[in-house]
Design a protein around this ligand. Structure first.
Ligand code: SF4
Length: 350
């Protein structure tokens, strides 16, 4: 009787078990789906976290690259500038004030480079020039430049140099309306290049803009007129602007574009040659003539008034003819970097 009961029980249970195997209850299916979803979600979250970490890392790398660019630009003069300064020193007559001034400039350059400290107490206007490919996020890059400038100021690579023009208040950060000055340019390459110029206030003050014809000098709307006003600017700058200087010049444009272009001319290497024959000749002549004026380093007299002159041209309105002149002091701080895909410094540009 007991055996019969056991068999009967088995017979009752079996069909239930088989049915469960063939088609699991809805609850189990739903549970399995939820488990799968959770697992999938975990993988997606991991991916997102990984992406965030990666973005944060490349941002940090970019910030570090920009800080390094600022540090080096502030402390080390580019080779082409150092070379021209040394040549000028050797040209000056021995035991003159001019030679003494050039020797001090040389010692200053060496000391700043050795200690990696700012070349001059005035670390100047911070000007960035960025060449980038299509699809580049300028807003994001600007915010990282601001961060790098603030950090560089904290580290002493830049002086607290930017003040509110109305109140005179210095935020101590070097960041505010118009500062740093950032210029973007889209190019056909896939790489990002960042150039930096630190332009002192003393030399900025002796920049000038002429509207031709300029009757006081009898300067007409031609290259001879341009030549006259440039030499006038050099003459007026004597003893100011911490010469020997370098001129960045723009012929044409409107007033604003002319000044911007004149500064961009200062991004050219001192040993390059203008593609336009007449301008190449004019650049050479301006330097040679200026160095015969006897103004000399710091205005102490001597053979070195200018280290270089670079001239660019923009179209103008028939009614206007501006010549815009940016004067750079001997502390001609400009550098540049090409960034790698991971935002590291791949190459120095000067
Ligand atoms: S003009 Fe140039 S060298 Fe003179 S104080 Fe300013 S940054 Fe320095």
């Amino acid at each position: 009787m007991a055996i019969k009961k056991k068999i009967a029980k088995k017979l009752v249970k079996k069909p239930v078990k088989t049915a469960a195997k063939k088609s699991p209850p809805k609850k189990i299916i739903a549970a399995k789906k939820t488990i799968k979803k959770v697992a999938k979600k975990k993988i997606t979250t991991k991916k997102i976290v990984k992406k965030i970490v990666k973005t944060e890392n490349t941002q940090k790398t970019l910030e570090a690259s920009l800080i390094e660019l600022i540090k080096i630009t502030s402390a080390v003069l580019p080779d082409d500038v150092q070379k021209v300064i040394l040549e000028a020193l050797h040209r000056e007559e021995k035991n003159t004030t001019a030679e003494y001034a050039m020797n001090i400039i040389k010692a200053n350059i060496e000391l700043a480079k050795k200690k990696l400290q700012p070349l001059c107490q005035d670390t100047g206007t911070v000007l960035f020039y960025i060449s980038h490919p299509v699809g580049f996020n300028q807003n994001h890059f600007t915010s990282l430049i601001h961060k790098a400038v603030v950090k560089s100021t904290e580290l002493g690579y830049l002086r607290q140099n930017s003040v509110d023009s109305l109140t005179g208040e210095n935020s101590g950060m070097n960041v505010g309306p118009g500062h740093p000055s950032i210029h973007y340019h889209q190019h056909g390459k896939k790489t990002v290049e960042v150039k930096l110029m630190l332009k002192g206030g003393g030399c900025e003050n002796v920049g000038a803009q002429y509207s031709l014809p300029y009757t006081p000098l009898d300067a007409g709307r031609d290259l001879n007129g341009v030549r006259k006003v440039i030499l006038d600017a050099v003459h007026k700058a004597q003893g100011k602007g911490c010469g020997p200087g370098v001129l960045g010049i723009c012929i044409g444009g409107d007033r604003g574009a002319g000044y911007i272009e004149s500064k961009e001319q200062l991004l050219r290497r001192l040993d390059d040659k203008n593609d336009v024959f007449e301008l190449a000749e004019l650049e050479k002549e301006i330097v040679e003539t200026s160095n015969k004026l006897g103004i000399g380093p710091m205005g102490f007299g001597g053979k070195t008034t200018l280290l270089g002159c670079k001239i660019g041209v923009l179209n103008r309105l028939p009614a206007s003819f501006f010549v815009s002149i940016s004067y750079m002091c001997w502390a001609y701080r400009r550098q540049g970097i090409e960034l790698s895909e991971k935002n590291q410094i791949k190459k120095w540009l000067y």
